[in-house]
Design a protein around this ligand. Structure first.
Ligand SMILES: [Zn+2]
Length: 50
């Protein structure tokens, strides 16, 4: 089993970034992603981590 970093794709600029350092995890149900590239904010994002 490979321990991969979760990746999120910005819906605004389509830039793919790893979540650690980008994500503010208040809880498992309330996460906020801020795109480093365009500044887009997304709440309750889905990751490929399931
Ligand atoms: Zn972006």
């Amino acid at each position: 089993m490979v321990d991969m970093e979760p990746i999120v794709r910005c819906p605004s600029c389509n830039d793919e970034q790893e979540l650690p350092g980008l994500l503010t995890a208040l809880s498992n149900q309330n996460v906020v992603y801020t795109c480093r590239k365009c500044g887009f904010e997304e709440r309750n994002i889905e990751t490929d981590k399931g």
